[in-house]
Design a protein around this ligand. Structure first.
Ligand code: ADP
Ligand code: MG
Length: 398
């Protein structure tokens, strides 16, 4: 699972393709997983978030087929799937393969002519860990399909934004996971050594992103990912439940979206909500959007000390107001902070998954050890900890 030699992965995937299907793939493409620095559950509230791509990627080797079927194998999941492109929404969507076939379907819905594909997947983003293995898979298939079917209009940043919307549609309508667009945007638009300020005041990926400097190593710092390995699933209802609560609050308040509520107006606005739960949900979303803006300001000023309070407040808001943390995430965050992390918070949709910490480079080992020990003391599953740098977007690898 090491990504110390990511160059070897495309070569190995070509052999795997030969083994699975015979013949050579037309090429190998990849797309990254992501962590979100700050701004959780804000995308579907027309808010802001600040993801960056990580060097853990999903790679796909692919070749076009003469018929309208997707045949796909994954090195992470046993068995081969074959799914017809026609009648997709009525029939069997192929379980995990829905993330791939959904992209072909969404491209057709956008008016393109696509055909079938043979695909072998090697995903190095830990699955179901809040690091967006799903969007990495979708976006790798999407850039492969754009190349293989010669689809126009997906070059440059604007084209990539359009492609992100197509991948969102695949995940929402075919895979059935109600995600908001951050993951696909990060996978397709990120740049090395930068975070991506995304503004969702409109359709997903509607607004041009702002690239924010994020080269921690130049400042003696590292970004540590702490995958708790606690189980979570975005389609088991919890994520949808929070979306539903936000929708209910918007209706009760009579505002176009929670983005329209200013942090300074919270004292006046919150009492208008009948339910205490909805008051807390709204307080999280509105304050979290404000923290994204403050984080971007801090990064542009290279004021890393300011991240301490922002990440602490963000984590507390997710734990207490939005209620999407869990004991494993809280332990990871609290232990990292106690052992020298400058800032730490959970990242992603929550209910398990991963946390992140910004740590002086010299303390990465100590913090990692402390978190691993704390997990053992609590009898949690052994966490997976690894430092990451901000990586580039989906690309063709060979
Ligand atoms: P996350 O995106 O945070 O990893 P999700 O629940 O959104 O979690 O997506 C995980 C799902 O994506 C898996 O259950 C599987 O269906 C699919 N998936 C992701 N990567 C792979 C892979 N390498 N092989 C097969 N399926 C994958
Ligand atoms: Mg996902």
């Amino acid at each position: 699972m090491s990504d110390s030699q990511p160059r070897a992965i495309p070569t190995a995937l070509v052999s795997a393709f030969r083994g699975a299907f015979g013949g050579k793939p037309s090429g190998v493409w990849s797309a990254p997983g992501r962590v979100n620095l700050i701004g959780e559950h804000t995308d579907y509230n027309h808010g802001l978030c600040l993801p960056l791509a990580i060097p853990r990627r999903a790679w796909v080797a692919a070749a076009p087929r003469a018929d309208r079927r997707l045949r796909i194998v994954s090195r992470q999941v046993p068995g081969e799937r074959t799914i017809a492109l026609d009648g997709l929404l009525e029939g069997n969507r192929g379980g995990w393969a829905a993330y791939a076939v959904g992209v072909l379907w969404a491209l057709e819905q956008a008016g393109h002519e696509v055909g079938g594909l043979d695909v072998v997947v090697d995903g190095r983003v830990p699955i179901g860990s809040g690091l967006s293995s799903s969007a990495a898979l979708e976006c790798a298939v999407a850039v492969a399909a754009v190349d293989l079917f010669g689809l126009d209009g997906y070059d440059g940043e604007e084209g990539r934004r359009a492609l992100a919307q197509i991948c969102v549609r695949a995940e929402n309508d075919v895979a059935g996971a109600p995600t908001g667009g951050m993951d696909q945007s990060a996978a397709l638009l990120a740049r090395a050594d930068e975070a991506l300020l995304l503004d969702f005041d409109g359709a997903p990926a509607d607004t041009a992103p702002v690239h924010v400097p994020f080269d921690l190593s130049a400042h003696g710092l590292a970004l540590l990912v702490m995958n708790t390995r606690a189980e979570h699933s975005l389609d088991d209802g919890q994520y949808g439940n929070r979306r539903e609560e936000c929708r209910a609050a918007v209706a009760e308040l009579g505002v176009p979206s929670l983005r329209a509520v200013q942090p300074g107006d919270l004292d006046r606005v919150l009492p208008r909500l009948a339910s205490e739960v909805l008051r807390r949900r709204v307080r999280h979303v509105v304050s979290e959007i404000e923290r994204v803006t403050q984080t971007v300001d801090a990064l542009e000023r290279e004021d890393f000390a300011a991240l301490t309070g922002l990440f602490d407040a963000s984590h507390a808001s997710m734990r207490d107001d939005f209620e999407i943390s869990c004991p494993e995430l809280d332990t990871a965050v609290e232990t990292a902070r106690a052992f020298g992390a400058l800032a730490a918070r959970m990242t992603g949709g929550g209910f398990g998954g991963s946390a992140i910490a910004i740590v002086p480079a010299s303390l990465v080992e100590r913090v990692s050890q402390a978190v691993t020990t704390a997990f053992a003391d609590h009898r949690f599953r052994e966490p997976e900890l690894f430092p990451v740098t901000a990586d580039g977007p989906a690309r063709r690898d060979r």
